[in-house]
Design a protein around this ligand. Structure first.
Ligand code: GTP
Length: 598
């Protein structure tokens, strides 16, 4: 019957191992797009994805494959992101299929996110098709990597596809293996409808577009559907598949991956992980949804123009629909006015959201330094969660503070183990284990404060190991730490949005570094501005921004006119991202200065 020729699968890999390029080759080989339409990383449709060369959102596409057995198969391929911040996208994509193609770079071998992706796939009971990519590279060692996959991951790699996505080698073989290894979907067509929402996006014309995997039953235009968790009901206006452009269909049935629109304007009633059923013939129980993702870091988002507060709220609501891990609630800052405390999965996630808000919604924003969530037990016994350093209770009211820890796994060539351990120790890491991956590489595990990972760890790790280390981490509970809040004063006035929390041992050093940085970042004005760092009433570091003497633009009168125009343009854009705080103009950069620890 119709399901036996359907294959639903994702492609997973560590970042840059070549998932998107493989997806491109598959689209070409199956003639899903014509040569004219073809462009690199076709499924990375977001402008930001193409610019940065990374996948942020998953994307699904239907394609037809004429296999060697003479049958035509319908594939639903779901491309997924590789970066640790976007793991939740991967887990949702995996829940929509029966198989996963695991891509491993032939020159780099198994990396930190290779492992975490495999575990996700195994959790979802998926069949795994291993593929060793980039065999064209001079440094490729496919046989070493094959052994690594078997030893470190523990799956059979004897049949692993050897491929070069760049040269189009191994793609046909991959598709044949998908046909043979990935099971066809099951589920009854005449059972009550059960469709899992695994992604959604807002379209100004069609309303909310839901991406679904139909598990049981059939859904078609005109059906009255019901969201089993939220209870909301809608009439279906269109169903179809992405191929890769949306193509309308008469119906979607058990085993299919596709989209549903129903003139849905209310973003909140259609959450990813919810199950869609029919209002007049409902399923008795919803499908298992997703674990709610809890943000790891929070920062304040403020429009530079206070009048844009409502616009910012609407933009965040729209992005949240497309991004289940994004959280926000209103907050007020004395320095910055009205904004939102926003929760993210990591710094890349934060960066991406901020850029999307500015590009797609035309907002100018100030983002305050990210902070983790602290558990604070007060002297009166009350427990509070603090994710905004400005809201940390007075020292005298605190009994103790606990901070989030992570279990970090760092894969690195032997030669750099010393460097990695030194760095981890400096970041308050507690050594856990060290295992050999192969003769030349080890996997070192540490327990570390999440805040130290946020503050500059990854960059330092990469530069200290010439890019060879890969990092993955997962939450590992809370531990009590001796932490203090450092306040920043400009012109003797405390700027709440610049406060941050550090370990007491680092306080003096960080205070000195940050005041030094602010001195360079904040533009001179016609009076001297003292910059101070304080713990409570005690000043721990201070410096001065001198009053300016002459016109700063005179500096750029030299050089060619092109460069001058660029500089002026840069200054103009910089202005927009500046906030007058009391008497001082503070640029965006100042709020992120605390992130760099040297
Ligand atoms: P994310 O989506 O960011 O997680 O990355 P990805 O895994 O999708 O990797 P992508 O396909 O963007 O490829 C990363 C880089 O590797 C690009 O510069 C590709 O051109 C290159 N690349 C991909 N496949 C091959 C290959 O077979 N050989 C060589 N030499 N380079 C390749």
């Amino acid at each position: 019957e119709r399901q036996k020729n359907i294959r639903n699968f994702s492609i997973v890999a560590h970042i840059d191992h070549g998932k998107s390029t493989i997806a491109d080759r598959i689209l070409e080989l199956t003639h899903t797009v014509t040569a004219r339409e073809m462009q690199d990383q076709l499924l990375d449709s977001m402008e930001l994805e193409r610019e940065r060369g990374i996948t942020i959102k998953m994307n699904s596409v239907e394609l037809h494959y004429d296999a060697e057995d003479g049958e035509t198969y319908i594939f639903h391929l779901i491309d997924t992101p590789g970066h640790v911040d976007f793991q939740y996208e991967v887990s949702r994509a995996l829940a929509a299929g029966e198989g996963a193609v695991l891509v491993v770079d032939a020159a780099q071998g198994v990396e930190a996110q290779t492992l975490s992706n495999v575990y996700l796939a195994l959790d979802n009971d998926l069949e795994i098709v291993p593929l060793i990519n980039k065999i064209d590279l001079p440094a490729a060692q496919p046989e070493v990597v094959r052994e690594e996959i078997e030893d470190v991951i523990g799956i059979d790699a004897s049949e692993a596809v050897l491929a070069s996505a760049k040269q189009g080698i191994g793609i046909q073989e991959l598709l044949e293996q998908v046909v043979k290894t990935v099971p066809a979907p099951d589920g009854e067509l005449d059972a009550p409808l059960k469709a899992l929402i695994f992604d959604s996006a807002y379209d100004p014309y069609r309303g909310v577009v839901l991406t679904v995997r139909v598990r049981e039953g059939v859904v078609k235009v005109g059906d009255k559907i019901k969201m089993m968790h939220s209870g909301a009901e809608y009439e279906v206006t269109e169903v179809g598949v992405n191929s890769p452009k949306p193509v309308a269909r008469e119906f979607l049935g058990a085993g299919d991956v596709g989209y549903i629109t129903a003139s849905i304007k209310d973003i909140k009633s259609t959450q990813s992980g919810d199950t869609i059923t029919l209002a007049n013939n409902p399923a008795s129980e919803p499908l298992e949804g997703y674990r709610q993702m809890t943000p790891m870091v929070y920062s304040g988002l403020y429009p530079t123009d206070n009048a844009k507060f409502t616009d910012l709220r609407e933009a965040l609501e729209k992005l949240q629909l497309n991004d289940a891990a994004l959280e926000f609630e209103p907050e007020t800052s004395q320095a910055l006015g009205f904004g939102f405390r926003t929760g993210f999965l990591g710094l890349l996630h934060m960066d991406v959201i901020q850029e999307r808000l500015e590009r797609e919604f035309d907002l100018d924003l100030i983002t305050t330094a990210p902070s983790v969530t602290y558990h604070v037990t007060k002297t009166d016994g009350e427990q509070v969660d603090v994710s905004n350093p400005a809201e940390m209770p007075e020292v005298s009211a605190i009994r103790y503070i606990e901070e989030p820890y992570v279990h970090a796994s760092i894969m690195v060539p032997n030669d750099y183990v010393g460097t990695v351990m030194e760095l981890a120790q400096r970041k308050r890491g507690e050594f856990d284990t060290m295992d050999y991956i192969d003769a030349a590489r080890v996997n070192v595990k540490y327990y570390m404060p999440l805040s130290e990972i946020i503050f500059d760890f990854f960059d330092k790790l990469k530069s200290g190991t010439r890019g060879y280390a890969s990092l993955d981490y997962e939450p590992a509970g809370y531990r009590q730490s001796d932490l203090v809040t450092i306040d920043i004063l400009l012109n003797s006035q405390k700027i709440d949005a610049l406060s941050f929390i550090v370990h007491r041992d680092f306080a003096a050093e960080r205070g000195r570094i940050i005041t030094g940085k602010l001195k360079n970042i904040i533009p001179r004005q016609n009076f001297e501005i003292p910059v101070q760092a304080a713990i409570g009433a005690k000043i721990i570091a201070r410096t001065n921004i001198k009053a300016y003497r002459k016109d700063v633009t005179s500096k750029i009168h030299t050089g060619d006119p092109d460069r001058r125009a660029k500089l002026l343009d840069k200054q103009k854009r910089g202005k927009a991202r500046m906030k007058s705080v009391g008497t001082v103009d503070v640029p965006q950069e100042a709020f992120m200065a605390v992130l760099k620890t040297d």
